[in-house]
Design a protein around this ligand. Structure first.
Ligand code: NAP
Length: 290
């Protein structure tokens, strides 16, 4: 039996792919209603992380941030209370490497194996089973869960020891956050200089300076419909984790920290639940409608 905890935008789709590939699932989510469609499709509901753990050989988690993962794992009805020696916990949440190593240590106290396996790819790749897993941990553990990862993703990229999966994930998201914000500012400048938004967007997307993922954000930017694939508040969290990781490693990242605060301000202005591309709305040259 496989356990799955955290059924948000990503987790619900990942769990569904496991079910579709014939795996037996026991699931938990803080907000129970989000589990109902998976229960209808055959998953078993458990009323706490502890009870997921008691019924599972391998448990996947996909939660917002380190606080959520820590509560889920170490809290009163937490995962590690229910896991017995030799079982495997695979955390797919985007967290920071120090936190990952802390969770690995907590798990090891009970003889529980641990892997970090955050993902590259958003809502649609999660739905299609086309995520890329960035994995840290023991190679033999990775091989054991590879068929499950392949049920949810198209690639499994082994990065090294525990914490290396979350390390490379932060490196990637640093580029993602900065690139999106730089694009948003360029579009705003173009509009302020008298060009139509669509013309500026097309000029940028047809040039050599834009990253491939930005083509996928074009419709959101032009329509102003920023329904979330990747919530902006999670990008702000990732930039906070980048900043923390830089501090811990004696590194200065000036552009990253300005970008982090742009996302923080956008969240403060009510865009936390919007897609992170809504940073383009935040930087827009157009007056905000009241
Ligand atoms: P989401 O839709 O906001 O889901 C977050 C999940 O975390 C929900 O299950 C939520 O439970 C749970 N949660 C939050 N705080 C909690 C707490 N204190 N205790 C217990 N559960 C808690 O987010 P998502 O987009 O699926 O992202 C999940 C993770 O994947 C994040 O780390 C994100 O950075 C990462 N990620 C996201 C994307 C993307 O494109 N969306 C891509 C790559 C990586 P409730 O349902 O009760 O709120």
């Amino acid at each position: 039996m496989i356990g799955f905890i955290g059924l948000g935008i990503m987790g619900s789709r990942m769990a569904e792919n496991l079910l579709n590939k014939g795996y037996e699932l026991v699931i938990y989510n803080r907000t129970k209603e989000k589990a109902s469609s998976l229960v209808e499709k055959g998953a078993t509901w458990a009323n706490s992380p502890t009870n997921v753990a008691r019924q599972s050989d391998v448990v996947f988690s996909m939660l917002s941030n380190p606080v959520a993962v820590e509560e889920m794992a170490l809290g009163e009805n937490g995962l590690l209370r229910g896991m017995s020696e030799g079982k495997l916990w695979v955390d797919c949440s985007t967290v920071d490497p120090s936190f990952t190593r802390k969770m690995a240590k907590e798990a090891a106290l009970g003889g529980i194996r641990f892997m970090d396996a955050p993902v590259a790819g958003s809502k649609l790749p999660a739905e299609k089973g086309e995520l890329v897993f960035l994995v840290g941990g023991e190679k033999c553990d990775v091989d054991e869960v590879r068929p499950m990862l392949e049920a949810m993703g198209k690639e499994v990229l082994y990065q090294g020891e525990q914490g290396k999966g979350t390390s490379i994930k932060l490196v990637i998201n640093l580029m993602l956050a900065q690139t999106m914000a730089a694009f948003a500012e360029a579009v705003a400048l173009g509009e302020a200089l008298g060009f139509e938004q669509e013309a500026v967007v097309n000029t940028l997307l047809n040039g050599a300076t834009t990253a491939p993922f930005l083509k996928g954000k074009k419709d959101k930017v032009l329509s102003g419909d920023f329904s979330a694939d990747f919530p902006l508040e999670h990008m702000q969290k990732d930039m906070q984790l980048v900043s923390q990781a830089a501090y811990e490693n004696g590194l200065s990242l000036p552009i990253a920290n300005v970008t982090k605060e742009m996302y923080a301000m956008a969240k403060k202005h009510g865009l936390g639940q919007a897609d992170f591309s809504a940073i383009a709305q935040f930087t827009s040259a157009k007056p905000t409608e009241k």
